[in-house]
Ligand binder design. Sequence first.
Ligand SMILES: Cc1cc2nc3c(=O)[nH]c(=O)nc-3n(C[C@H](O)[C@H](O)[C@H](O)COP(=O)(O)OP(=O)(O)OC[C@H]3O[C@@H](n4cnc5c(N)ncnc54)[C@H](O)[C@@H]3O)c2cc1C
Ligand SMILES: NC(=O)C1=CN([C@@H]2O[C@H](COP(=O)(O)OP(=O)(O)OC[C@H]3O[C@@H](n4cnc5c(N)ncnc54)[C@H](OP(=O)(O)O)[C@@H]3O)[C@@H](O)[C@H]2O)C=CC1
Ligand SMILES: C=C(O[C@H]1[C@H](O)[C@@H](CO)O[C@H](OP(=O)(O)OP(=O)(O)OC[C@H]2O[C@@H](n3ccc(=O)[nH]c3=O)[C@H](O)[C@@H]2O)[C@@H]1NC(C)=O)C(=O)O
Length: 340
Amino acid sequence: MKISQADGNVCTIIASNTQKQKTEDSSDSKIIYLKGTDCIIKSQASLSAFTSYRVGGSAEWYVAPRNLEALQASIEYAKEHELPVTILGGGSNLLVSDRGLPGLVISTRHLRHSYFDPQTGQLTVAAGESIPTLAWEAAKLGWEGLEWAVGIPGTVGGAVVMNAGAHNSCIADMLVSAQVLSPDGTLETLTRAQIGYSYRSSSLQSNQSSTECGCQPIVTQATFQLQPGTDPALVLAATKQHKQHRLTTQPYNFPSCGSVFRNPTPYTAGWLIEQTGLKGYQIGGAQVALLHANFIVNRGGAKASDIFSLIHHIQQQVKERWSICLQPEVKMIGEFQAAG
Ligand SMILES: Cc1cc2nc3c(=O)[nH]c(=O)nc-3n(C[C@H](O)[C@H](O)[C@H](O)COP(=O)(O)OP(=O)(O)OC[C@H]3O[C@@H](n4cnc5c(N)ncnc54)[C@H](O)[C@@H]3O)c2cc1C
Ligand SMILES: NC(=O)C1=CN([C@@H]2O[C@H](COP(=O)(O)OP(=O)(O)OC[C@H]3O[C@@H](n4cnc5c(N)ncnc54)[C@H](OP(=O)(O)O)[C@@H]3O)[C@@H](O)[C@H]2O)C=CC1
Ligand SMILES: C=C(O[C@H]1[C@H](O)[C@@H](CO)O[C@H](OP(=O)(O)OP(=O)(O)OC[C@H]2O[C@@H](n3ccc(=O)[nH]c3=O)[C@H](O)[C@@H]2O)[C@@H]1NC(C)=O)C(=O)O
């Protein structure tokens, strides 16, 4: 991002009676420093680099707070300016519109800390920590419980909200509690039972990612119950096996969001899509993966609209052939134009 220093266009705006923010303008971007924090809010920040599909337009405003205070200040800023808020974790389950997102996108990727408590076997981690990194760290310590999670390239927050899972395990199996920042600004600790989990679903998932003037509950931290005390070599071996299985059954060589659709019991989406003859089917740069039909991969230069159109094409074809409506697991956010 270019910031024009030459025109010296630095101004101060009053966001509330008590808080001042400084802004620097340039022709194509603007930066706002939130007073009392090390937080910078940028305008027109491209989101494609922050999503695993590598597509999508820009956030009207973007911030990546490094601590709870900065997160709260960001939310206050959004409220004061009546900006809708979208929460971005690792962006590995998101399809962001080519037109970008209005309002403030809050990335949790800089909310970092982790503590493995050997007394309790509990792992307490901030929302922005990487799930696969934690899985490898736990394995190296000889702690069992997260072997299945390698290869899921998301954050703790995203995994808690999505109830990420693989190989017959999921986050709900090991979550003790999650710390959540509510839209009214209060912090509360929710137990697994309070979160209400089911397959790839939780009560923390909002219907819309961008909510009007305010935001969805934000997971700031989670505690998982693991089992310490195993020979690290054994846990590492199991973890490597899971990763290897993924590499042979799922396409990791092109950008994707993992499974596009939830599995409709008693079928699997991949099987249904393959049996419908759609493997390899392509719209623009978006393709039904050859290795796994429930993955759509960006073969290069795909637009979000290509992926969106392909999702709809798959749904239509599978409905026609099997009378089954595939439900997307991927969260589509921003404006999309349904095909006629
Ligand atoms: C190659 C590949 C393999 C994958 N394999 C699997 C798999 O095996 N199993 C599986 O379950 N998933 C898998 N996924 C999908 C994805 O990684 C998971 O859904 C993951 O949990 C998403 O986490 P994230 O941090 O990237 O969330 P994002 O994609 O950033 O966000 C997902 C949703 O959660 C919300 N959100 C994110 N963080 C927070 C927070 N802190 N507070 C509140 N809301 C939040 C967002 O607003 C959004 O609605 C895969 C993806 C890829 C690319
Ligand atoms: N198709 C897609 O759209 C995308 C796929 N991916 C894939 O998702 C997976 C997860 O990605 P990513 O989040 O980068 O996590 P990785 O699993 O690649 O790495 C996470 C951490 O774990 C460590 N680690 C990795 N392998 C081992 C090992 N064998 N032994 C010990 N430590 C290890 C890494 O250390 P070190 O840094 O030392 O290697 C790193 O710190 C990867 O397979 C990646 O290729 C990721 C993003 C998008
Ligand atoms: C990747 C994700 O999660 C994955 C998770 O990694 C894996 C491993 O546990 O199991 C689920 O996939 P999946 O049900 O497709 O698992 P797989 O073992 O690959 O396939 C299931 C069955 O479908 C068949 N299959 C799969 C792909 C395909 O193109 N054709 C096909 O016929 C397989 O032969 C197998 O009999 C999760 N997907 C869902 C929607 O539940 C994700 O959620 O993003």
